[in-house]
Design a protein around this ligand. Structure first.
Ligand SMILES: [Zn+2]
Length: 392
């Protein structure tokens, strides 16, 4: 299975570039306000827990805060303090090339030597260097290396470079084994002088209560549709119309939006991720969102796109229904949607739901092969499925 966005991102413009400026959206979040206040209060030894959806900018908040703490010429926007983006420290930090910034993130299983862990970690850090909003796919077997975490802990005993404020960033803290996290408890509770610990997690409930209670919790909000759209148009090669569509589908995550662009075909958007989001919206949307999105995406002639969509839905229903019964992740075939499948499974407590949905799809597929009006058939299907889901 794929881990991380390892293939070349063909639609990325100009390789890596920094489009951050004082009006960049992360500087107007409440999360940044809190970090800016911490800076003003000269809290140079503390632990923060940044949580929220992956791809919504938790990473960039942490990196920008590292820059602010080490900036030679910090700027006051009138409401918050921000790093200058121009001094040597800012440039090194935003390029993730700064001696006093230590990073650990989940990596696949490897030979248990710290050199291997460092190599693998650097490989995944490179993905974030290229695209700070990139979503790093983590499976059950990926973990933050305890060997590396220990190495980092040890390095905190060493002298700090010049006047630096040291920052230790643990990305996807929920992917650290609990016994490993326990071993870091003291460091998290009371970081050494001039040391900031930044924990990043999807949600706080997945972390040990002892970790939660020792950090200042800061929620990083979902990114607004218009901010996602302008980020995509600034950094990726895509049409206005497509930027609009993926921004709305991405549910607040620039990382997800990027995956949607990378995965979709130029004309029809007939990719897995979009089709999955439409499936999810059957359950989560109360209004007519799903219908209007599907109308936009599938024109009257795109029979193969409609068939792709429904085939994926069939597989997903099988996965979710099976997981609802067994709670066994090994039974899931669409492993890339694992966490969503897990959360959707609660809808499948009603026994007949899976067979009702599967039946409806089967009839629609048969209709499509008889060349009925594609959009009409899909609209009717969505209404029927939503009614089943609502328990009618
Ligand atoms: Zn600076």
């Amino acid at each position: 299975m794929k881990f991380g966005t390892t293939e070349k991102q063909s639609t990325r413009l100009n390789g890596y570039k920094l489009t951050l400026s004082s009006n960049f959206f992360i500087y107007s979040t409440r999360a940044w306000q809190i970090l800016s206040n911490a800076y003003k209060q000269e809290k140079s030894s503390s632990t923060f827990l940044l949580y929220g959806k992956e791809g919504s900018g938790r990473w960039l908040h942490a990196v920008a805060f590292t820059a602010l703490m080490n900036c030679e010429n910090p700027q006051d926007t009138g409401t918050v303090m921000i790093p200058c983006h121009e001094c040597r420290n800012c440039l090194n930090i935003f390029h993730l090339n700064f001696e006093s910034l230590k990073i650990a993130l989940p990596i696949p299983p490897h030979e248990n030597k710290v050199e291997n862990a460092i190599d693998l970690t650097n490989e995944y850090i490179a993905l974030k260097k290229d695209e700070p909003f990139a979503v790093l796919k983590a499976s059950k077997s990926t973990n933050i290396s305890i060997a590396l975490a220990r190495e980092i802990k040890k390095s905190l005993g060493m002298r700090i470079e010049g006047n630096d404020t040291r920052v230790v960033l643990f990305y996807k803290m929920e992917r650290m084994r609990h016994d490993s996290a326990d071993a870091l408890l003291k460091m998290i509770e009371e970081p050494p002088a001039k040391t900031i610990i930044m924990l990043i997690a999807d949600n706080i409930d997945s972390l040990l209560p002892t970790i939660q209670s020792r950090a200042q919790k800061i929620k990083v909000p979902p990114v607004k549709v218009e901010d996602i759209k302008s980020y995509l148009l600034d950094n990726y090669d895509l049409t206005e119309k497509k930027a609009e569509l993926v921004s709305r589908l991405a549910e607040g995550s620039i990382g997800d939006a990027i995956d949607l662009i990378e995965g979709s075909s130029e004309d029809g958007h007939s990719d897995r991720a979009v089709n999955f989001l439409l499936f999810k919206s059957l359950f989560l949307d109360t209004g007519a969102e799903t219908l209007s999105r599907m109308n936009e995406m599938i024109s009257a002639r795109d029979k193969s796109i409609a068939i792709d969509l429904l085939t994926l839905w069939q597989h997903l229903i099988r996965d979710v229904a099976r997981y609802a019964v067994t709670s066994d992740e090994a039974e899931i075939s669409n492993i890339d949607f694992l966490s969503d499948i897990r959360s959707l499974s609660s809808y499948f407590n009603r026994k007949n739901l899976a067979s009702e949905l599967a039946e409806s799809i089967k009839f629609t597929l048969a209709d499509l092969n008889r060349n009925v009006h594609i959009q009409g058939a899909l609209m009717a299907l969505v209404l029927k499925m939503k009614a089943s889901i609502a328990g009618a």
